[in-house]
Design a protein around this ligand. Structure first.
Ligand code: NAP
Length: 346
């Protein structure tokens, strides 16, 4: 085995020299090392783009989905969807802590990882249940966190699966807070999804009464749930894969002007141009969606002479976990929506 590395490169099998996220295969078999944390895994929160791809590939058949998830983990040593490249995160209890691991936790503590499953060594004994509506999978298994692998100790005042769902996308509302200025116009694509509702609520808080938050939804039931939150000034219905339709709808909703910022939190490919086209030359496009394709965004923007700044949605922002849990706590409607969606027993 390679020398112990804070980033986990000692577990990389192939290609040698890569870090765990980019590796094709990592070693999930070796015992916990001195700089690692061993977690007894209870639930996987599969990244939405990945879960959607797995559902489609398996025709929504739970047995086939379970087999596909097990196959990915057995082949790669981690849950990294080979098509989307993304993972998700997990909920579990600390089983053991290496002598050199810096985490302030002890065995038995309930934690959620804040680094992607696409780089987390994972061994699954079995899949107990797949929850189609929440993208969560109950499992028996073990995972390893590296020295640099951040995690959150689960708070006692929020149901665990609600916290898990919110922490999965914690980077999105925290980045929204950094990006939105008072008076800004903001378009959120995928506005009624998990990160979408968080971004809309946060964007409205930051844009203030002079600002304009425009939410693009795809599903009428979810859109109604978003409407109840009163976070959006306008809610549009449309398909983010149809950029001209979205562009014209946004102009009509924003006094014939392009917006200052767009935030893409859809879970499907081919939506890059709907996020770029409605944004001002001086504006910003924030791609949080894991289904975003770099070449489509870069070449598409060039093709329409857009000079908007484009940001990759890094899942990490300092303090993002706490920020997002506090956002939930501060908004009873948001908490209720998350509980109804992600704390279900089915
Ligand atoms: P989510 O809850 O599934 O929300 C996605 C939303 O997009 C849903 O409301 C969905 O509507 C909508 N949508 C689907 N197809 C659409 C279309 N053609 N036009 C317009 N809207 C459409 O997903 P999430 O958990 O919030 O995640 C959002 C994105 O962030 C995903 O791509 C995920 O992979 C990514 N993500 C990124 C990071 C990161 O670190 N950057 C971390 C976590 C997640 P329906 O429900 O009607 O399909």
């Amino acid at each position: 085995m390679n020398k112990l590395c804070p980033y986990g490169s000692h577990r990389v099998i192939a290609p040698q020299g890569a870090l765990p996220q980019a590796a094709q295969r990592i070693d999930n078999r070796i015992p916990m090392q001195a700089n690692e944390l061993l977690i007894q895994v209870e639930t996987l929160n599969v990244d939405s783009a990945s879960f959607t791809q797995i559902r489609q590939a398996c025709g929504d058949d739970r047995d086939r989905m379970a087999a596909m998830i097990l196959d990915i983990v057995n082949t790669r040593g981690k849950l990294q969807n080979p098509v989307t490249g993304s993972g998700g995160m997990l909920l579990g209890r600390v089983k053991d802590k290496g002598a050199d691991h810096p985490g302030q936790v002890k065995p038995g503590d309930a934690v959620a990882t804040l680094v992607s499953l696409s780089l987390t060594p994972l061994r699954l004994e079995r899949i107990k249940a797949i929850h189609m509506d929440s993208d969560q999978v109950d499992v028996e298994g073990e995972a390893i966190l590296f020295e640099t692998g951040i995690f959150a100790v689960l708070p006692p005042d929020i149901p665990q699966k609600v916290a898990l769902a919110a922490l999965d996308v914690a980077g999105a509302p925290a980045q929204t807070h950094r990006l939105v200025k008072p008076g800004n116009s903001v378009l959120v694509l995928g506005a009624s999804g998990k990160s979408g509702v968080l971004c809309c609520v946060q964007a409205k808080l930051d844009a203030g009464p002079e600002g304009r938050v425009i939410g693009l939804c795809y599903d009428e039931t979810e859109a109604e749930e978003l409407r109840q939150l009163q976070a959006c000034d306008v809610i549009l219905m449309g398909d983010a894969r149809k950029p001209l339709d979205i562009y014209h709808q946004v102009l009509a909703a924003n006094r014939r002007e392009k917006v200052d910022l767009s935030i893409s939190v859809v879970n499907i490919p081919d939506s890059e141009m709907s996020a770029i086209l409605p944004v001002k030359q001086s504006g910003t496009v924030y791609f949080f969606s894991m289904a975003t394709h770099f070449a489509k965004a870069a070449l598409g923007a060039e093709g329409v002479a857009s000079d908007a700044r484009m940001l990759i949605g890094n899942g990490y922002t300092p303090g993002h976990g706490q920020f997002t849990l506090d956002l939930l706590r501060s908004h009873p409607g948001l908490m209720k929506l998350f509980a109804s969606r992600y704390d279900r027993k089915d």
